[in-house]
Structure formats: structure tokens, C-alpha cells
Design a protein around this ligand. Structure first.
Ligand code: CO8
Length: 258
């Protein structure tokens, strides 16, 4: 499938999706977000893909929602179109893991897009920010909610109210990203993490993703119960038998995703 604003490559059971609007620092317009939702949904449905990496360029993961596209819209347009809701909802329905590999700017909707992914690996030149306040608006695809959960209220308020950027070291210190690597190693590092995930049972991987996401969406008590019940349920799978038998036999497991 050819896209106008994305480059998609599938290799070794990993789909690498690259945002590709260099002329606008990968600003997220309707075309790009529509294609991205489509590409992610297709990768999720593709049996040849076990993990997804989403990246941009060395200069920008994405510099936010496309200001040119939004600037002329009024409330009736935004509300009527339910601007960006179908696309982001489609992304949240993806059951395979998505790793964001962020270099350069991840601002506004770009930072929010990275946070929609399951975890973020960033380059040492990454800059995260929620500068919507400078445009007279607020984050609209989860920034005030997700950033607050990732880095805490104080830092999130600081970022949203001042519009300042956070560098890679601060992002790692604050728990926004899981790893920082030199920019040239970003995509190889993310692909290597994705391949590591691709070696696991695809069934267990989906269960883990659901469990961790649950911790953001419910109370601790409900989350603990959910985790315990799916832990119990996994004892009905062949991959649990294989994983534990392989450990006891001191060999690598051969998972069959069932
Ligand atoms: N939208 C449209 N075009 C953009 C954007 C953007 N967000 N960011 C950069 N560009 C374009 C520039 O206009 C420029 O184009 P041109 O060459 O045609 O003038 C080109 O990309 C290169 O940009 P710069 O010349 O500005 O590059 P610099 O290296 O000087 O600066 C910055 C890079 C700091 C990233 C700067 O471009 C910038 O500040 N960009 C805007 C960042 C921003 O404010 N992002 C937030 C946008 S609002 C948002 O994301 C809300 C999301 C919620 C959506 C709600 C849905 C419900």
C-alpha cells in the first residue's frame, strides 16, 4: 500500500512506519493522521507483523498538529468533524505493541502521538513540548491527561503553562521515555526492541499490553484483579506450558501464539 505522507516497511516481522512530511516537520494534518490510522490498522491485521515502530525524521518526530490546516476552522467545523477523534480512536484499538522512536521535535500533537504509543525510545536530540498555549489553545489528543500521568502534575503544568521544551535527559529522568540513544542509533535500537518483542508469544504480548494500559484506565483494585484474572487465564494456553517447560529444560521456548 502506497501512502502520500508515510513510508512503511515490513522486515523481520516488524512494521516500521515513518512519518514523511519533511516540508512541515511532519506536522499532523488530516491526510497524515488518516493514513497513519490506516497503516496501523493494516499492520495490526497483518499476520506477518508482530510489533510496530513509529518514527519521523532526525529533525522532527512531529512538530504538532498542522497549524495551517487548523487556523481557519471554527468551533462548528472542529466539533462537526470531531477533529482527529476517529484517527486517534483507531490508533488506540491497535492490539500489537507500538514503539515510538522519537528524534528532534515532538511537540503538541507530536508529543501526544508519541504518548499514544506503548513506549517511547528517544534520540539525544529529542525535544518534547506542549506549546499549544502559545497558539491560544490547549492540547487536544491527550496531552494534559497522558503527560500528567507520565511525569506528574508539577512538570506537566510547567510544560503546558509555559510551553517550554523538555530535552531527552529530562524526558528520561521524568519517566516520559524508556531509553535515550544517540540519534544515529535510534531506529536500530527501536527495531531491535521490536524484534525482541516479536520473539515472544504474540498472545502474551497482547495480554501484557492490555494489562499495563489498564493501569491508566481504572482503579488500582480493579487493575490488580484484571491482571490476576488474565494471569490465571494464561494457564489455559499452550504458550504458558511451552514457556515454563522450556525454562525447566534449559532451552529457548518455541511459542505458537496459542
Ligand atoms: N504546523 C504546520 N506547519 C508547521 C508546523 C506545524 N505544527 N511546525 C512547523 N511547520 C512548518 C513551518 O511553517 C515551516 O514551513 P515553511 O518552510 O513553509 O515556512 C517548516 O515547517 C519548518 O519550520 P520552521 O521554519 O519553523 O523550523 P524551525 O527549525 O525554525 O523551528 C519549530 C522548528 C520550533 C518546531 C517550529 O516550527 C515550531 O514552533 N512549530 C510549531 C510547534 C507547535 O506549536 N506545535 C503545536 C501545534 S498545535 C497542536 O499540536 C495541537 C494538537 C491537538 C489537536 C487537537 C485535535 C482534537
Amino acid at each position: 500500500m502506497a501512502y502520500e505522507t508515510l513510508i512503511v516497511e515490513i522486515e523481520d516481522e516488524v512494521a516500521l512506519i515513518r512519518l514523511n512530511r519533511p516540508e512541515a516537520l511532519n506536522a499532523l494534518n488530516s491526510k497524515l493522521l488518516g493514513e497513519l490510522a490506516e497503516a496501523l490498522t493494516a499492520a495490526d491485521a497483518n499476520d506477518a507483523v508482530r510489533c510496530i515502530v513509529l518514527t519521523g525524521s532526525e529533525k522532527a518526530f512531529a512538530a504538532g498538529a498542522d497549524i495551517k490546516e487548523m487556523s481557519e476552522k471554527g468551533f462548528v467545523d472542529m466539533f462537526g468533524e470531531d477533529f482527529f477523534t476517529p484517527e486517534t480512536e483507531a490508533m488506540l484499538r491497535v492490539r500489537k505493541p507500538i514503539i515510538a522512536a522519537v528524534a528532534g521535535y515532538a511537540l503538541g500533537g507530536g508529543c501526544e502521538l508519541a504518548m499514544i504509543c506503548d513506549f517511547i525510545i528517544c534520540a539525544d536530540n529529542a525535544k518534547f513540548g506542549q506549546p499549544e498555549i502559545n497558539l491560544g489553545v490547549v492540547a487536544g489528543i491527550g496531552g494534559t491527561q497522558r503527560l500528567t500521568r507520565f511525569v506528574g502534575k508539577s512538570k506537566s503544568m510547567d510544560m503546558h503553562l509555559t510551553g517550554r521544551f523538555m530535552d531527552a535527559a529530562e524526558a528520561e529522568r521524568s519517566g516520559l521515555v524508556s531509553r535515550v540513544v544517540p540519534v544515529a542509533k535510534l531506529v536500530p535500537e527501536a527495531l531491535s526492541a521490536a524484534r525482541k518483542i516479536a520473539e515472544k508469544s504474540a498472545l502474551t504480548v497482547k495480554v501484557v499490553k492490555e494489562c499495563v494500559n489498564r493501569s491508566y484506565e481504572t482503579t488500582l483494585r480493579e487493575g490488580l484483579l484484571f491482571e490476576r484474572r488474565v494471569f490465571h487465564a494464561l494457564f489455559a494456553t499452550e504458550d504458558q506450558k511451552e514457556g515454563m517447560t522450556a525454562f525447566l529444560e534449559k532451552r529457548q521456548p518455541q511459542f505458537r501464539d496459542r
